[in-house]
Write a protein that binds this ligand. Structure first.
Ligand SMILES: *[C@@H]1O[C@H](CO)[C@@H](O)[C@H](O)[C@H]1NC(C)=O
Ligand SMILES: *[C@@H]1O[C@H](CO)[C@@H](O)[C@H](O)[C@H]1NC(C)=O
Ligand SMILES: *[C@@H]1O[C@H](CO)[C@@H](O)[C@H](O)[C@H]1NC(C)=O
Ligand SMILES: *[C@@H]1O[C@H](CO)[C@@H](O)[C@H](O)[C@H]1NC(C)=O
Ligand SMILES: *[C@@H]1O[C@H](CO)[C@@H](O)[C@H](O)[C@H]1NC(C)=O
Length: 946
């Protein structure tokens, strides 16, 4: 009797095994833009009980009784498709949204490998247009180097109609394609050692009433992998663990997939992957013959593995697994690698962390490279907690400079309490969030937890365990539990399966993947998830991977190897929400704030807009969220328009930096207080799961000195500028500001001072100053500036007096500024500049002195020594306190000519020479005389003795 229930159970299991079917679909390029009337949909049923496809009348299927059928539709809209099966349980129907888009041609791009080129040299991109339905297999799998006959024909027609492609790089740089006789366009783009990623934009030109879809293309240039050596052993997760995926924080295409059968590494977004093995070096190899890994982090120069509670290092170079002196060897409970690249965050001179490690009572952070010559320790302690407190999890925050940790505080005899506390790397301080206090103690799920913050101006996060997800949006203003319809939590709606992965893209889409491959979807900001159709068998070992193109890929590990498949998320979510109450409160939302970081120097102003279109009476508007907003002045203006019960609101945001720094009691302090990074976010006040939201959501405004901003003195038109014409020159002590014993010799530094501007000594000179960001010209500087000779000359002046420039009181001068005993560099600047154009109580002073401040538009020019031709090396510095956050200064050199050396100087030389000659003559004469006299004397003597 005991055997029967067992037998039945086996039967039920077996039956489930047999009847579990799953169906999927895609198009030839696995591109969501190509579900159109022009393109075929490939339907695929996996399972043994297939009978035939059920599909609408307006669609054709090539063989409805084949589990791999091809469908083409003739009218647009949702098309219900469903496989009919022999088993009693019905298959899910899908509503495939087939659009009548005119965009159905595709830009094809290929970068032929040029054997002669070096790795970093520029790359040649070939581009042509393909019709996906008629393309050659090599064009489909992106291996074609020249167009097929059909593609060449289409491309030629487009070319004749005026089509041409423009490549836009991540840096916003654009490159035009030039048409070649071989039937493709070619463009040269700057090389990158490992990876190229660009968009191709075409012109709005059609052929046969069909247009070309703009597209993103990525190319990888991985170094060839070295074969694994004999000593090398594999790394595995604990038996039965679900797959685990990590990727390079700023290099999404570098990935590491861990499984209980081995580790796979890729350098090209899983186009290819190899098994990752390590040389155990001096470490003892466990008896199983492999290392059992808990977690991994991909740094730029190697990989960190957490094995038990220790961290190990595998260097990219020698591939030996070692206990690194910089890594803790015990007590490590978890590591978290930054998921969103922070390299666009406009912070200067600070490297934000990429890794968090929590260990015993310490929370540590580390940068993106372990080997960092400038750094003493790889890991830095940011938080130390008392023994009663335990770290539960940690993650990087909504702002790139923040991080947070969830801790548990246990008091003997009481229920442990959890706290979320966050830290800012730029202004080191910890703040405890109210998040955990919002929930009743009994409602707080049990760990282990994982946490992820969303990119936002306000702190917004998701916290999950194996069963459910808690959320807190907008600095704890909205919080709760993310729930599926009709179920208490996610696990309950997925037959008790556990949460495996929470994947987020940049367009606010969130996918929750359960261990049994059930997927839930919602827009970030919503608290109800939608269960999606089954796409993958429950027992497949699968993990979601978001690539550079923001496409969701499903990585499936089978005994044969790794399969990569694109998942048409938008089609699937549309289908799953068809006919449900999920909707979007607006029709469209777009905005202009599409750059990740902007620079705001003093006085800068910028205009951004956001437009939202919605059905009348929905009360939708655009919210403008920001942190640190007091650093910027933001004015909003809305333009409203209502047509046919559709309302359009276009809100303009005038963002400006408006602070007056003149006459500040402490300029430095005020500058510090009014600079920093502001994160702004543009969001509709209401969203829904079916909304289309733009990719860019936040922008960082760097209120401060833009990187590489500097000034240069322009060479006046027609003025000669000499290079390397001297090595040194002498400044007479009589023309030095500080009296010296001797004349000084100045060695001219051509690198630093640049060329020598040659001008006649009678000419007046007004330096023209240009502002640059790196090597790009910004504008001509119209602010006040001062100049001074670097080596202390004072034999130059200014041709305007204070009275001539209309000063209302005596202006500042070098003499007045230098009284404090400060150096020339420090004595005078924006921090202590006071204008003379304001009346002030007290004495008027002498207005007939030269005015020593210059300006592009003033009539005040430099005048040079009228006594001697001279060489000046001038420092120039912007004086206006409201001009820039940057310390703007430059050097220029002037050499005057035209003075013949005055007569008295000639005379002195002449006299000296004459005197010398005279003395020499006398000397010579006396010598001759002496010799003669001596000879005569000798002769007389000899004569005597003879
Ligand atoms: C249609 O598909 C079925 C099942 O694969 C196959 O047996 C049949 O031969 C196909 N019919 C045609 C016309 O190709
Ligand atoms: C791509 O297509 C070509 C031509 O059909 C074929 O020879 C090649 O093996 C394919 N490559 C891949 C990676 O599928
Ligand atoms: C919104 O208004 C701004 C400025 O008034 C304008 O430049 C922008 O094009 C408008 N947006 C749309 C979508 O019309
Ligand atoms: C200065 O330069 C001249 C000519 O180049 C050279 O002859 C002289 O020795 C230099 N003087 C010093 C002090 O180096
Ligand atoms: C200074 O010299 C410049 C150039 O020669 C001249 O344009 C300007 O008027 C002069 N300024 C005064 C105040 O004389």
């Amino acid at each position: 009797m005991r055997g029967l229930p067992f037998f039945l159970a086996v039967l039920v299991l077996l039956k489930i095994e047999i009847i579990v079917g799953v169906w999927r679909y895609n198009n030839i390029l696995e591109d969501e833009n190509l579900f159109t009337l022009h393109n075929a949909v490939f339907l695929k049923y996996d399972g043994s009980d297939f009978v035939e496809w059920e599909y609408p009348e307006c669609c054709n299927v090539n063989n409805k009784s084949s589990p791999n059928a091809i469908m083409k539709c003739t009218s647009p809209g949702f098309q219900m498709v469903k496989p009919l099966v022999s088993s009693p349980e019905e298959e899910e129907a899908r509503y495939l949204f087939i659009s009548d888009s005119f965009f159905s041609f595709i830009w094809y791009a290929v970068v032929p490998i040029d054997r002669g080129s070096t790795e970093t040299s520029a790359k040649k991109v070939r581009m042509w247009i393909i019709d996906p339905e008629q393309a050659y297999p090599a064009e489909i799998n992106n291996t074609a180097l020249v167009p097929s006959t059909q593609s060449r024909y289409i491309t030629k027609h487009f070319y004749n109609n005026g089509q041409y492609p423009v490549i836009k790089l991540k840096s916003k740089q654009t490159h035009l394609g030039h048409f070649q006789k071989d039937g493709y366009w070619e463009a040269v783009i700057p090389g990158d050692e490992r990876f190229n990623d660009f968009h191709i934009y075409g012109q709005p030109i059609s052929f046969q009433h069909r247009f070309v879809i703009d597209g993103q293309h990525t190319f990888y240039w991985p170094e060839p992998a070295e074969p694994n050596g004999e000593r090398e052993v594999s790394l595995r997760l604990a038996p039965g663990s679900p797959l685990s995926l990590v990727w390079g924080t700023c290099e999404l295409y570098r990935g590491l997939l861990l499984s209980d059968t081995g580790a796979l590494i890729t350098k090209n977004a899983f186009l290819t992957s190899e098994e990752l093995m390590v040389d155990p070096g001096t470490l003892p190899v466990p008896p199983e013959g492999y290392f059992t890994v808990d977690q991994a982090a991909l740094l730029e120069d190697g990989i960190i593995f957490r094995i038990d509670d220790a961290l190990y290092w595998r260097d990219n170079q020698d591939r030996v697994l070692t206990e690194h002196p910089q890594l803790p060897t015990s007590g490590v409970m978890g590591i978290y690698q930054r998921t969103c690249c922070a390299s666009n965050y406009p912070v200067q001179d600070v490297e934000l962390s990429s890794l968090i490690v929590w260990k015993d009572n310490l929370l540590l952070v580390g940068p993106k490279q372990l080997k960092n010559p400038g750094r003493e320790n790889f890991l830095k302690i940011v938080l130390k907690v008392p023994p009663r407190v335990t770290y539960l999890t940690a993650s990087f925050g909504s702002h790139p400079a923040s991080l947070a940790t969830l801790v548990m505080y246990s008091v003997p005899g009481a229920i442990p309490r959890n706290f979320l506390t966050s830290y800012n790397e730029l202004v080191p301080s910890w703040i405890t969030s109210t998040f955990m206090t919002k929930f009743k103690l009994k409602d707080i799920p049990k760990g282990p937890f994982e946490m992820r913050f969303l990119e936002s101006a306000d702190a917004s996060l998701l916290l999950w365990n194996k069963e459910t997800i808690l959320y807190s949006f907008h600095n704890d203003n909205e919080w709760g539990e993310i729930r599926p319809f009709n179920a208490s939590h996610l696990s309950a709606a997925a037959f008790g399966s556990k949460i495996h992965q929470v994947a987020l893209d940049h367009s606010w889409n969130m996918l929750v993947k359960m261990e049994n491959n059930i997927l839930f979807y919602c827009k970030v900001g919503m608290h109800e998830v939608v269960r999606l159709h089954k796409w993958m068998e429950p027992d497949s070992r699968m993990v979601l991977y978001l690539n550079q193109k923001e496409q969701i890929n499903m990585l499936t590990l089978t005994p044969e190897g790794l399969h990569v498949q694109k998942y048409p998320m938008m089609m699937e979510t549309k289908s799953a929400m068809k006919g449900s109450y999920h909707d979007c409160p607006f029709i469209s939302f777009e905005h202009s704030m599409n750059t990740i970081s902007y620079n705001m120097d003093k006085g800068d102003q910028m205009v951004q807009w956001a437009q939202i279109v919605y059905p009348e009476g929905k009360g939708v508007h655009v919210k403008f969220l920001s942190n640190n907003a007091d650093l910027l002045y933001i004015e909003q203006k809305s333009h409203f328009e209502g047509v046919n019960s559709v309302d359009t609101v276009n809100t303009t945001f005038i963002i400006s930096q408006k602070v007056d720094y003149s006459d500040a009691t402490s300029y430095t302090q005020l500058t510090k207080k009014t600079s920093g990074i502001v994160t702004l976010e543009l969001v509709p006040n209401q969203i829904g799961n079916t909304c289309n939201l733009p990719m860019s959501r936040i922008s960082h405004f760097n209120v401060g000195c833009p990187p590489n901003r500097h000034i240069r003195v322009a060479r006046p038109w027609g003025m000669p500028c000499e290079m390397h014409s001297l090595t040194n020159y002498t400044i007479l002590r009589s023309v030095l500001r500080d009296p010296q014993q001797d004349d000084i010799v100045v060695y001219y530094d051509w690198e630093k001072f640049g060329c020598l501007l040659k001008t006649h000594y009678k000419n007046q000179f007004l330096p023209s100053i240009d502002l640059y960001d790196g090597d790009s010209y910004v504008r001509n500087v119209d602010a006040n500036f001062i100049v001074w000779d670097r080596f202390g000359r004072k034999d130059y002046s200014f041709n305007a007096t204070m009275r001539q420039v209309a000063c209302l009181r005596e202006s500042q001068t070098w003499i007045s500024m230098l009284t404090g005993g400060k150096s020339l560099e420090e004595a005078w600047g924006p921090e202590n500049y006071r204008t003379c154009f304001k009346v002030s109580p007290g004495k008027l002073g002498n207005l007939d002195q030269p005015y020593e401040i210059m300006n592009r538009s003033s009539k005040n020019f430099l005048t040079f020594s009228q006594v001697d031709s001279a060489t000046y090396v001038f420092n120039v510095k912007i004086l206006d306190p409201n001009y820039s956050f940057c310390d703007l200064h430059a050097v220029f050199a002037v050499q005057t000519y035209g003075i013949t050396i005055p007569k008295y100087q000639h005379l002195t030389t002449y006299v000296a020479i004459v005197f010398t000659l005279f003395s020499l003559c006398i000397l010579g004469y006396s010598y001759c005389r002496y010799v003669t006299i001596f000879r005569n004397l000798l002769a007389t003597k000899r004569h005597k003795y003879e």
